[in-house]
Write a protein that binds this ligand. Structure first.
Ligand code: ATP
Ligand code: F6P
Ligand code: MG
Length: 492
């Protein structure tokens, strides 16, 4: 691994409690770099746009629900094209890499970086690194041109390939240096962004004029600070097909139960949104929700009750739900993948078996259970229309930031406005569904399932929450925010 040194956060304070958490810039360690006029000013498509360039002082507020007396709070630098850039077009040698699991929209982001660099900035050298991080030092590379990427947004997956594990910082930065790469676009989840952060630290340590831009990706929608991750909308939409199938199967037979397992290793956003969108779901189980099988008011009793009332039911379960229960009954060993992520036990199969055992044992009613596991089908598809547009904006924001000399940043919408966010803000915490929040309450009222929470569970969950309207001011309090981030579901 590379340098352990961490760049100190760039905090800029203003009036009335205004704080800007800025991202690094190449001139922080290469102060004499020359600048050039942005070639976009001569681009026929953009030159007519009034105020196309972002004002140097534009920032985006992290919190937009405020009180009269609230301090202005934390802000991020607004993404977008700047009047002056730090690279000449023919000087740029960019590369793109995709890491971690698949997600709808990966190819769109690749396409839009390539086409954007070509069309807007006149950059003609863009290299695709194949097979994730380890591709920097052990795989082939491919030259990317607008022609070679023209149709790729219509395909699922990533044309570059991806992988878990294999992040060797020194070898990666050696490869960047040897190839003369000076803009690195890294698309991936929390693990990938941690990797991007150490690559940036090493590049800075070596004093290289190389901009590192992260584009956050995760199907689970568990990346902090940003409004939503790309591909999530597509995944929720695709999940409807599985839920519909489960519903049709369940309502066509006597005491039919449809169980659908959806992705969500540590957070249940896909399951929660797919459930809310469908309205056919009777029960949604997510990693954040402690539930038990046996006992008064617990899951098996609820299933029995719902079957008696309706004659059928649909259960959506996120893959990370009930892992404690599953591990107990399967006496599991703790396995990890190449990136160090916990490998989960199949909660869908386990739950289906437990339900069948319960009804066989009790001989109260004969049930008909169908288990549907569309896990990979919801992420191995092309992105839908709204994700395609979103991916375009992410790619453009990353490209404008790198051209403007910003580095060590990731991009994403914060309250609807795209911003440059320091890596540590999204790698330090993972977003989770807050089960004492209004969004989960909406789900409970839609499914009419029990909360499965004891008063102790409610107290514990509330303790983890930040007071809803409190605006945090100084560094200490901001740290507290990172430990207890205000969850995105609450925003609605
Ligand atoms: N702490 C870390 N430091 C450096 N590299 C890391 C770190 N964590 C993960 N990586 C690297 O990032 C890459 C992707 O990580 P991982 O497999 O965890 O997926 P991810 O980016 O979190 O995406 P997702 O979990 O959404 O599929 C891997 O190559 C892994 O080696
Ligand atoms: O089988 P793979 O490729 O490791 O990916 C599975 C994991 O990737 C994710 O989609 C994202 O982290 C998880 O929800 C899921 O557990
Ligand atoms: Mg991850």
């Amino acid at each position: 691994m590379g340098s352990e040194e961490k760049t100190t956060p760039k905090m800029i304070r203003g009036e009335a409690g205004y704080v800007l958490e800025d991202v690094p810039h190449l001139i922080d360690y290469l102060p004499d770099l020359p600048t050039y006029p942005n070639p976009l000013q001569d681009n026929p498509a953009y030159s007519v746009v009034k105020q196309y360039f972002v004002d140097i002082d534009d920032t985006v507020a992290q919190k937009i629900v405020v009180h009269k007396s609230s301090p202005r709070g934390m802000h991020f630098r607004r993404a977008g094209p700047r009047q002056r850039v730090y690279f000449e077009s023919d000087e740029v040698h960019a590369c793109i890499v995709t890491c971690g699991g698949l997600c709808p929209g990966l190819n769109t982001v690749i396409r839009e970086i390539v086409c954007g660099l070509y069309d807007m900035y006149g950059v003609h050298k863009v290299l695709g690194i194949e097979g994730g991080y380890k591709g920097f030092y052990s795989s082939n590379t491919t030259n990317l041109t607008p022609k070679s990427v023209n149709d790729i947004h219509k395909r699922g997956g990533t044309i570059l390939g991806t992988s878990r594990g294999g992040h060797d910082t020194l070898k990666i930065v050696d490869s960047i240096e040897d190839r003369g790469i000076n803009q690195v676009y890294i698309i991936g989840g929390d693990g990938t962004q941690k990797g991007a952060s150490v690559i940036f630290e090493e590049i800075q340590k070596r004093g290289l004029k190389v901009a590192v831009a992260g584009i956050p990706k995760t199907i689970d929608n568990d990346i902090a600070v940003i409004d939503q991750s790309f591909g999530f909308d597509t995944a929720v939409e695709e999940a409807q097909r599985a839920i519909n199938a489960a519903h049709v199967e369940a309502e066509s037979v006597e005491n039919g139960i449809g169980v659908v397992k959806l992705m969500g290793r540590y957070s249940g956003f896909i399951a929660m949104y797919a459930t809310l969108a469908s309205r056919d779901v009777d029960c949604c189980l997510i990693p954040e929700l402690p539930f038990r099988l046996e006992g008064k008011g617990e899951l098996l009793e609820f299933i029995e009750k719902r079957l008696k009332e309706n004659g059928h039911m649909v259960i959506v379960v996120a893959e990370g739900a009930g892992q404690v229960l599953t591990a107990e009954s399967m006496r599991s060993v703790d396995h990890q993948d190449a990136s160090g992520n916990k490998l989960l036990l199949d909660v869908g199969l386990w739950l289906s078996q437990k339900i069948k055992d319960h009804f066989t044992r009790n001989k109260k009613m004969h049930i008909n259970l169908k288990y549907i596991d569309p896990t990979y089908m919801i992420r191995a598809i092309p992105s839908n229309a709204s994700d395609n547009i979103y991916c375009t904006l992410l790619a453009h924001s990353a490209m404008h930031g790198a051209m403007a000399g910003y580095t060590g940043f990731t991009v994403g919408p914060v309250n609807g406005r795209h911003a440059y966010i320091p890596f540590h803000r999204i790698t330090g915490v993972q977003n989770k569904v807050v089960i004492t929040d209004r969004m989960w309450a909406r789900l409970l009222s839609s499914t009419n399932q029990p909360s499965f929470l004891s008063s102790r569970d409610v107290e514990d969950a509330k303790k983890e929450e930040e007071p809803p309207t409190q605006q945090l001011l100084d560094g200490e309090k901001e740290k507290q925010h990172q430990d207890n981030p205000n969850k995105k579901a609450a925003a609605a």
